[in-house]
Design a protein around this ligand. Sequence first.
Ligand SMILES: [Zn+2]
Ligand SMILES: [Zn+2]
Length: 323
Amino acid sequence: MVLDAPRSELRLAEVPDPEPGPGEVLLHVAACGVCRTDLHILDGELDRPRLPLVLGHQIVGRVVRGGERFQAGERVGVPWLGWTDGTCRYCRSHRENLCDHAQFTGYDRDGGYAEQTVADERFCFSLPDGYPDLQAAPLLCAGLIGYRALRLAGDGERLGIYGFGAAAHIICQVARHEGRRVFAFTRADDTASQAFALELGAEWAGDALGPPPEELDAALIFAPAGELVPAALRATAKGGVVVCGGIHMSDIPSFPYELLWGERNLRSVANLTREDGERFLALAPEVPVRSEVETHPLERAGEALERVRSGALRGAAVVVPEA
Ligand SMILES: [Zn+2]
Ligand SMILES: [Zn+2]
């Protein structure tokens, strides 16, 4: 499925099979998770995609050939971080997520809305057994970037999660596993997401713009709505942390300094390191994280994206090429 230009529909196309270069593996795609970031690319909110482009950066695939790290037939996962230079000041200080020349899967490199794709083997992950392909796919961005956001939120017990989509449904389970109390903040009328959050162990779910039932120690914002930033700061106790987990957000409205005062921290989380991925993929089966997915055939990837946009989804959307 090819994106020719922002704000156009994905186009079903026959393209030449990708050819792996040195250190790259050719993969048969088994499943590819759909991420909110894909929508930001589609909508032109991330403005420098390679075009034409194959979207998709939560790829579960099987190695066909290429590289040295994996055997043919081995199952691997391909995340958003597709390549780094290894030499810039960020890479040299264990911050490859901030690499000046990083290439991202499904943005700078073709991704997984396809039957085949190519990936740099150094950035692929082995996937835990016990996760079918469909359930493994959302671990690769929703899961591991959500996990990075959770780590950066510190150890606070009372955790608010704003926006209860793919990342939240996974991270809620991890947070409960760590013994935290989870409060889920959604649109006031989104009773389906609120019920889903309660099923997954949140102790409260309600209106994101209303008052919280009690102060939070930390908040994760997964919805791309800037007005949630002052709302989350207002809900967070002194010394607390608010982490914005998305790659794009609407403008943040101005707010009184008082909301930040009291040593509250406001920060974003950007991309992932391979270490984040290794750590999260080891943790997921211990929780165990159960990802809920809604599957769509590859040629209906456009509809899958609109499902993510609508917020009507329960868990994560995954596209699957025809067998
Ligand atoms: Zn993503
Ligand atoms: Zn770098």
